[in-house]
Design a protein around this ligand. Sequence first.
Ligand code: CTP
Ligand code: CA
Length: 287
Amino acid sequence: LSDFFTPKTLQGKRILMTAGPTYEAIDPVRGITNLSSGKMGYALAQACRQAGALVTLVSGPTALPRPYGVRFLPVQSAQQMLDTVMAELDMAASTISIDCFIGVAAVADWRPLQVASQKIKKERGLAQDGTILTGADGTSHAGTGTAGAGDTSYAGMGSARTGGTSHTGTAPAGADRPSRTGTVPADTLTLALTQNPDILASVARRPDAPYCVGFAAESEDLLHHATEKRIRKGIPLLVGNLGPATFGQDDNTLLLVDEHGTRTLPAGSKTALARWLAQELGRRLPA
Ligand code: CTP
Ligand code: CA
């Protein structure tokens, strides 16, 4: 029924969206992910469709039902999300172009440098250089490329590398291992992470970039971070919200940031805010 009463502000517009978290595998049974229920993105997909748009939703794993009437492309990792989004844009380039890209996904900023092909056993774990060990003797490697000396792409949780001396065996049981920053307890697992591509910024950089909208959940100083982020990503509109209070909740408070400044929307349910945003998009997209 709400379909009937929704003004068709986005009639015939093609909208490509991302939503949900991404999941970055460590091994076949474990991974790294982000706190995101997907509620805001799914609500927005639904609201855009109700406003008349043709919506394609590229979604990471969520527990939500697929939004009705929306083309749904499920993915897991950030790389898969990027590939799927780019394939959609490439395909559109030779047919009917996409009018708008909305990145609502909570994309994992980091993924494990190596993915173990088998479940990592707790008594073996990782070697000192970050190499994931899976062999019975603790020496066979999973994934591609070991963490070589001079590789500067390390980030995150205190690498236990020892500056060039690459160890491939396990530390003796119970023994602490040396590291750059001191000793690492024998029961510590160090995981080397590498940065994921920025999907939204990649879309915005395309010569055929559609109107791009970003979402940013911040834990502090929303105004400052959201303003800076909009410019850094090269996008016309960024929607900010203060998490983690709103994560997984049905209600949200949003801040709109564009080239003219900022506007705070009154707090409301994610469904109500999504409807409001869909109408707002209808006003902003070129006719
Ligand atoms: N985004 C993306 N790809 C990434 C990271 C973020 O497409 N690898 C998109 C999100 O979908 C969102 C926007 O960028 O629309 C902002 O995400 P956010 O995580 O707030 O931005 P980051 O640039 O990752 O900055 P931060 O260091 O604050 O996480
Ligand atoms: Ca991020």
